[in-house]
Design a protein around this ligand. Sequence first.
Ligand code: PHE
Length: 340
Amino acid sequence: MKEELEGLLVDIENRSFDSDDAVEEFRIEYLGRKGKMKDLMAQFREVAPEHKRELGPLINKVKTAVEEKVAAEKASFNKNSKATSSGIDASRPAGGFPHGTHHPLQVVRREILGIFSNMGFGVVEGPEIEDDWHVFSGLNFPPEHPARDMQDTFFVERDPDLLLRTHTSSVQVREMERREPPMRIIMPGRVFRNEAISARAHCMFHQIEGLYIDENVSFADLKQTLLHFAQRFFGPETKIRLRPSYFPFTEPSAEVDVYWGLETEVDKRITKGTGWLEILGCGMVDPNVLEASGIDSKKYSGFAFGMGIERITMLRYQIGDLRLFFENDKRFLDQFAGER
Ligand code: PHE
């Protein structure tokens, strides 16, 4: 009988079940009214007294083994697969919540602002609906300048003096009027232009404007500031070049290119075979602009620059179509899940 009991212990240990019902069958097989335990007890009664001392505990061991096995297996089935009658399994581990991702424009905006904050520039914002003075006249745009044209600017119908700003340079004017130099500010915001929407143009985009006014600010300061920015943003080896340009509110004016390289076919295509890519416009603030905002142009000088966030984001992530930024297609946005 001893071997039989030991065999049963092994059997109990090794049993496995594929359902709750199978566990119940096993319980009945051992502990039921006509079960194995019943037979064992009957046999035990016949055993010679000198063997009882050894076999008694062994029988108890079999019984406890069955009870423990049944309890453990039932608990595991309840936990893993048994739904409640409502069809909801409240014990099932939660799947986790999907997190949103940062929009690529937001990622780049924050990074650019961070670089200029580290150089001591304070962040300032201004209104998107502006008046002619802050967008054009205060910035030395002559009355017949093409940028004022209906083609480029969205005007507010009720009031011809009101318009959607076409650049963030308007915030420069507001700040120059509002306070005294020295000032060192960076001005992010949305701008609007009446353009046909395509892969390269949109009626709405984002700019970041910079302005630095103090005594003795020179073109060399402008160049070093932008070089530092380009090397922080695009990498420490980045080279820049300044090409003469024209803006009504800066003199001299320049456009800044970064050296992108000419190694691949893509490099050749996006740089039009030159290796250089334009990233922003800049210049020394025109004395007329300083005076128009009540700043003494004999005492103070300054530089300003403006860049398009979309443009820089497209370069950084090799995005070929501007419209993707505004469509909120999750398949596009999810690709920036790792960006902070
Ligand atoms: N406002 C100009 C633009 O929208 C950019 C610029 C800003 C140029 C500041 C010079 C100085 O193109």
